[in-house]
Each structure stands twice: as C-alpha cells, then as structure tokens.
Ligand binder design. Structure first.
Ligand code: E4P
Length: 218
C-alpha cells in the first residue's frame, strides 16, 4: 500500500520523506489555507516546493466547479510538474473533466467521494485515483472502512484500474484496516503515520537491551 501524507506543511512532508516511506502528497484548499498559502503565484510555488521534496504523486485541487474552469485550472496545474495529479470534486462537471483529463493523459484524483456509486462513476470516467473520505463518514456514524471494502469489490469485479486512495484517515487503525482490505493508497496526517511506530513492548525491550549492553561494556 502506498503512503501519501495529507498536508501542505513542508516540514511535515520533509519529515515523512526522511523516514523513507513516503509515496506522495495530497493537499486540498483547506490544507493550503491552514499553511497561510494564498494567491495564485504563492499556491503555484508551494506545489513546486512540494514536488521538489517528494518523488511521487502530488494532488493539487481545482477550485472551479464548471467544466471549462476545471480544464483550464487543471491543465495549468498539470504543466507545473510531471508528478502533479489534478484533484477534481465528485460532481457532474467534475466527472466530465476527469474524462477529459484522462483522454489527455493527465492524472486525476476524484475527491469528496462518499458512496460506492460515486466511486463507480469516477472509475468509468478514467480517474487515476478515487478518494473515499473514511474519517468524515465515521464522523456521521457511517463506517468509512465498509466503503473501502465495497469499492475494492466493485473495482475488482470489473478490473477497473482506478486506484483506491483511502482519504480522511485519522488514526493508525484506519491505515491497518485499509491495508487489510487492499486499498491501493492511504493518505493521512503525519501523526497517524508515526503512530504506527508505537508499541510499549518495543520501548521496554530497547531500554533493556541498551541497559544490558551498558552493564556488560562498563
Ligand atoms: C483528501 O485528499 C483530503 O485532503 C483529506 O483526506 C480530507 O481529510 P479530513 O477529513 O481530515 O479533512
């Protein structure tokens, strides 16, 4: 399973990259705003900075909600770097735009997906990635992991090549459950990724090994 980090924070992206386990980055307008990135030039430069840190796909989201606007924005974003993936919302105009980008060989990430039907449409339009938001489904008392399971079954039934990018991941169990089901990618915050490291027996064991070494070696 590929690991993407869901942030526009350059330090966190660098930290995950330094661990050697990072396969890509997802951003969205809220994450860009959180880092104080605004204005077209700053946004463009920020995407270029992200692409210079990570050698993997970087999702950059369009703001337009009409087909022409999405195409114009998406083509500009895709021209920034070969790793840019145009992130398009799951609306009717978005499906049309994904189909267009797919015919032009431009990679896409269909975002804001909350149902199997939406995921099916994204695959039929030729999306490179589909992003079901599992954490936000959990937030409204619906099991987000069940949706990943359902999409995996549907995509495997027909051999769709669209990759399932489990998004809105909140904690390490989400990551493990996504891996069990066979999500192609997960995107989450650095805290969820580093939480995978933690086990008290590892800490206790390491402390004992080091204490024994120090006793034996003076
Ligand atoms: C996906 O690409 C989104 O950026 C993201 O995963 C949304 O997560 P959130 O629900 O934690 O905002």
């Amino acid at each position: 399973m590929k690991f993407f980090i869901d942030t526009a924070n350059l330090e966190q992206i660098q930290e995950a990259q330094n661990m050697g386990i990072l396969d890509g980055v997802t951003t969205n307008p809220s994450l860009m705003a959180k880092e104080g990135i605004s204005g077209e030039e700053n946004i463009i430069n920020h995407y270029k900075n992200i692409c210079s840190i990570v050698d993997g796909d970087v999702s950059a989201e369009v703001i337009s909600t009409d087909f022409e606007g999405m195409v114009k924005e998406g083509e500009k974003l895709a021209a920034l770097h070969s790793n840019i993936v145009v992130k398009v919302p799951m609306i009717k105009e978005g499906v049309k735009a994904i189909k267009y980008f797919s015919s032009k060989g431009i990679k896409t990430n269909c975002t804001l997906v909350f149902s199997a039907g939406q995921a099916l449409l994204a695959a039929k339009a030729g999306a490179t990635y589909v992003s079901p938001f599992i954490g936000r489904l959990d937030d409204v008392s619906t099991d987000g992991i069940d949706l990943i399971d359902q999409i995996r079954l549907i995509y495997d039934n027909y051999g769709y090549e669209t990759q399932i990018l489990a998004a809105s991941v909140r904690h390490p169990m989400h990551i493990i459950q996504c891996a069990e089901i066979g999500a192609d990618v997960m995107t989450g915050p650095l805290s969820a990724i580093t939480a995978l490291l933690k086990h008290p027996l590892t800490d206790i064991g390491l402390e004992k090994f080091l204490a024994d070494f120090n006793k034996a070696n003076g």
